[in-house]
Design a protein around this ligand. Sequence first.
Ligand SMILES: Cc1cc2nc3c(=O)[nH]c(=O)nc-3n(C[C@H](O)[C@H](O)[C@H](O)COP(=O)(O)OP(=O)(O)OC[C@H]3O[C@@H](n4cnc5c(N)ncnc54)[C@H](O)[C@@H]3O)c2cc1C
Length: 376
Amino acid sequence: MRPINDVDVMNKEINIQEKTAVIIIGGGPIGLELSVALTRQGMANVVFEAAQVGDAFMRWPPYTHFFSTPEHVAIAGVPLHNLSQQGITGEEYLAYLRTVVELFDIDVRVYEPVTAVEKQPDGSFWVRTEKKGQTAVYQAQYVIFANGGMAAPRWLGIPGEELPHVTHYFPGPHPYFRTKLLIVGGKNSAAEAALRCWRGGAQVSLSYRRPWFDPDRIKPHMRDDLKDRIEREEILYYPATIPVEITPTHVVLASTEDGVSPNGHTTKVEADFVLLATGFVADMSLLARTGVQLENREYCSDAPVHNPETMETNVAGVFVAGTAVGGTQHRTRHFISTSHDDVIRIVRALTGQTPPQIGTIAARNNAVTWREVMAN
Ligand SMILES: Cc1cc2nc3c(=O)[nH]c(=O)nc-3n(C[C@H](O)[C@H](O)[C@H](O)COP(=O)(O)OP(=O)(O)OC[C@H]3O[C@@H](n4cnc5c(N)ncnc54)[C@H](O)[C@@H]3O)c2cc1C
């Protein structure tokens, strides 16, 4: 089949590469769970994944454990066991996702990002993808966005942020052994990096814009550990500070009363490396170009407008699931265990059937909707 190019698209001389009932955008855990659930109800579907299956977990630092316990991150009713019965690592989860793909032979097209979704007069969609420089066009009755909410780091926009010793992605403690590391942030990721790097032999300083950590935003097992390290001055804590400039040798921290604006007092902290654990932002541009309206909510911004009963957006036939539902989340409300319900709602809306195997095995299923169904 010859490749489709932009001129063809503009002239509507399209060779549709393939037709299917549902196209799912994103091969993360929720996109994969959707695919299995739809296939079980007899609905043909294809998953397009911009990178590799579980790309979000490929970016995790090595040996990083889930905060959620295994039954909360299991999908499609496939058991997820490990030796400790505690949080699994990102690497273990990638192996699990590969197993799920192979078990159900999910039709997932990896390294094939969706670049456009165009609604046709008959109500169907043309979905444009790019692979190795070639454009292809597929047709589907429905499109589900499960494209995640952590597309890029949240840049601070300060001088020096682009220097080579500064990163937004924690690579694990080893690079920082016997060096001075300044970490910026005050949630789980910053706490975990600070503790691991200190134990890994780095001299760690920690800057956070609030006077102290919100206990709801740091997991209990790290909370006491971090408090002890700070009280003993093993980790040097700079409360109520924000970085305003990074140089090859120092970070300039400005004091702040409101956590946002500097109050005129500054401190220079020596640093060989700087880790900005300041969160991630979603890329909702494809949804917006598809005509989906985005809104700000109290805990997030750029979140797609949708019907919470069906997960259908304001564009009829376009649905949203997983962390994409929250756009850029300032407080995390959408994670894997809350997203199983999205799968149930979408499968119900498309097939009229409630999928029987969602999340972990039925005997201890954590999907709220699923529990409601079983109770009635
Ligand atoms: C350090 C860390 C710890 C975490 N711990 C937990 C935890 O304990 N529990 C928990 O539930 N969550 C945790 N999370 C969050 C977790 O990563 C998300 O909850 C989870 O990945 C959401 O799954 P998803 O399928 O909705 O989206 P994602 O996993 O983000 O998948 C979206 C996929 O869509 C693909 N995509 C994007 N755009 C396109 C496009 N145009 N075309 C095709 N594909 C596209 C992406 O490549 C990606 O693979 C953690 C995150 C981090 C960074």
